[in-house]
Design a protein around this ligand. Structure first.
Ligand code: PHE
Length: 340
């Protein structure tokens, strides 16, 4: 009786082991059959009722069945472990022969690129490149440029005022003043830098943008000198000959003051939407340095005179690349920046 029970049990258990689809499904088989309260344990209890020689024989059978099942369970477990490992290796497979992605090369911001080009040009023409603080004194930003406190020109430059007579510079012109304070004429300098205006932001206005200030002080400087340097600058920037014209413009620190226009590079002067059909595009303000400005900074206007200009660097970059929204330049958007 027990013989048959043992062999049936063994074959049932073997079938369950063979049919298991995961290591988890093996565990209940082990508990039910081989466990401390499992079927084999029960059978071995019942063996006590048998005659001694019977008991020995059935005991052997029982042990053999137990060992066989233990081995089958062990083999089953191993099978699942191996296939799990194979799955994992397949999933995590890496082709080490593929080329590595490598570091993503960066590039200089288009404003920096243009700034460096213009610096190189002016250095080759004997100009120094000067730097000045972005937090300026009211004196350097306005008074010393012949813009006294009640002057209406102050309203034209929407200023971010700070405390203690300080402000965020509204233009790079204060660096002219610092240049004149530090160096004796003859003097040739440019001053690239960031400037700030308290105005609402839209496609053509930003609160922060870049200018390059330029100034030359020498003996008998004329508008012809100014024009020569401006034409050299612009043909370098646009990489072709440009035609320029001067219109009167008002800035308290220059006299006479001009707005310099270039003939439209899109239509060549015949009229198009970019130049609003006029054939000309307003590009940069400039003029001969007002004698008051020289005098304020301790330079004798009877002996020296000069020209100054204020280049809108941000605007120039927009023109060169046809960028129609100024906000892109400070956006930090990689989709934009990667194009340069
Ligand atoms: N500083 C002036 C501005 O930003 C520009 C300028 C510079 C005009 C030098 C004339 C001469 O508005």
């Amino acid at each position: 009786m027990l013989d048959q029970q043992i062999s049936e049990l063994a074959s049932q258990a073997e079938a369950r082991i063979a049919a298991a689809r995961s290591a988890q499904e093996l565990e209940p088989v082990r508990v039910e059959v081989l466990g401390r309260k499992g079927v084999l344990a029960q059978i071995s209890k019942e063996m006590g009722k048998l005659a001694p020689e019977e008991r020995a024989r059935v005991g052997k059978l029982l042990n053999a069945a137990k060992q066989a099942l233990e081995e089958a369970l062990e083999a089953g477990k191993k099978r699942f472990e191996e296939s799990a490992l194979r799955d994992q290796l397949d999933a995590e497979w890496v082709d080490v022969t593929l080329p590595a992605p490598g570091p993503r090369p960066g590039s200089l911001h288009p404003v920096s690129q243009m700034q460096m080009e213009i610096e190189d040009l002016f250095v080759s023409l004997g100009f120094m490149v000067l730097d000045g603080p972005e937090v300026e004194t009211e004196y350097h930003n306005f008074d010393a440029l012949n813009i006294p406190p009640e002057h209406p020109a102050r309203d034209a430059q929407d200023t971010f005022w700070l405390t203690g007579g300080h402000l965020l510079r509204t233009h790079t012109s204060p660096v002219q003043v610092r240049g004149m304070e530090r160096f004796q004429p003859p003097l040739r300098m440019i001053a690239p830098g960031r400037v700030f205006r308290n105005e609402s932001v839209d496609a053509s206005h930003d609160h922060t943008f870049y200018q390059i200030e330029g100034m030359m002080i020498d003996r008998d400087v004329s508008v012809a000198h100014l024009l020569y340097f401006m034409k050299t600058l612009l043909s370098e920037v646009f990489r072709r000959e440009v035609t320029v014209r001067l219109r009167p413009g008002f800035f308290p620190f220059v006299e006479p003051g001009f707005e310099l226009d270039i003939q439209c590079l899109i239509c060549g002067g015949t009229g198009c939407p970019v130049c609003k059909q006029s054939g000309w595009v307003e590009l940069l303000p400039c003029g001969l340095v007002n004698p008051n400005v020289l005098r304020i900074s301790g330079i004798d206007p009877e002996k020296w005179n000069g020209f100054a200009f204020g280049l809108g660097l941000t605007r120039l970059v927009m023109m060169r690349y046809g960028i129609d929204d100024i906000r892109l330049l400070q956006s930090g958007d990689l989709r934009f920046l990667e194009q340069f």
